[in-house]
Design a binder for this molecule. Sequence first.
Ligand SMILES: Nc1ncnc2c1ncn2[C@@H]1O[C@H](COP(=O)(O)OP(=O)(O)OP(=O)(O)O)[C@@H](O)[C@H]1O
Ligand SMILES: [Mg+2]
Length: 362
Amino acid sequence: MRILQLSLISFRNITRMKWELGSGRNIIVGDNGQGKTNLLEAIHTVFHLRSMRTSNDFKPLIHRGSQFFNIRCLLEEDNGKKADILLAYDGSRRKLTVDRNAVSPRDFMRNHPLVFFSPDQASLLAESPEMRRRLTDRFIFSLYPEYYDLLNEFKLTMRKRNVILKTGGDLKLVSAIDASFAPLAYRVSRLRREFINKLAPHFRSQWIKIKPELEVLDISYGGQGDVSSSRQMADLLMANIETDRRTGRTGVGPNVEDILFRFGNELSRHYLSHGERKIASFCFNLAFAELCRTKENIKPVMLIDDISSELDSVTLSKTVRSVYEMDFQTIITTIDRSFLEQWSAGSDCWRIDSGTLTTVDI
Ligand SMILES: Nc1ncnc2c1ncn2[C@@H]1O[C@H](COP(=O)(O)OP(=O)(O)OP(=O)(O)O)[C@@H](O)[C@H]1O
Ligand SMILES: [Mg+2]
């Protein structure tokens, strides 16, 4: 897919904007605080129905002093079909329409994968497993929409189970809920594992491309690998029941599983520098983009915020080459004007000042 046009009204520091994007690479240069991340946030918000900075809280996204925001995105699907997407928020209600018809997030996310990368994601390897699971889940349901309902049902059932555990953990009630919870937990776990297994070779080849001088880094899904049926998941849950009753929460299954980054058998987080973590997180995103193309025949849109931060010039060159080789519609932001001079060939270039975008001729 590709974005043909993005129109914003009252979004963050952008009062009004109509942007006709280039179909390939779009590079936006701007000083601190001019609206680079805001622009990418608008795209993230319309595609994921959540901001990468404020999650479900849309109020901070409204231009200060306004009562609402609109994000309108004209898309061209890979099959050439056009779609007119509008996300409107009036301070309390959000409304998503495609060609003026209301749609559910699940239906919209189908086949609309977005890859978003910012320096903040360097913490993907250092932060909590929850952050890694959340990003993985988002990738999965943009490719397999049925996963969206499955995950929601799993989370809802787990909340109910945890309520039972917190209020005494009556064994009859726990086993009654496990009859539906164990199959859900097993399916979530299995889908995540299958997805990470598909992603792993792409991750490895991206890593080797950008960091050939380092040991090979691999990813794997660190769940209970020996659980191969709902029955076994139910047994695992029961085996842990005394701990669960004591802690008041479910302590095994997909809610504690993790995506592991390893050098051989060693967890990489003990060894990688900050910049290397950033590259590893970046490779995770690039691997997803590559998977979309090779396995699913879908072209994602890639958003890369502040590309040059924290990378030395050699690593930056390799990273940029990896992105350019993918040849998807890409929006890259940077504060560094020299980036434009070096990397603008074949790209559409823009400058942003106080929320206003203008073209740059190199
Ligand atoms: N709701 C809002 N209304 C008006 N302005 C806002 C709102 N939210 C944020 N801003 C302003 O938007 C400006 C641009 O923010 P943004 O994060 O996009 O900057 P940036 O260009 O990415 O800068 P940096 O290079 O520092 O990351 C900031 O000055 C911020 O105060
Ligand atoms: Mg920014």
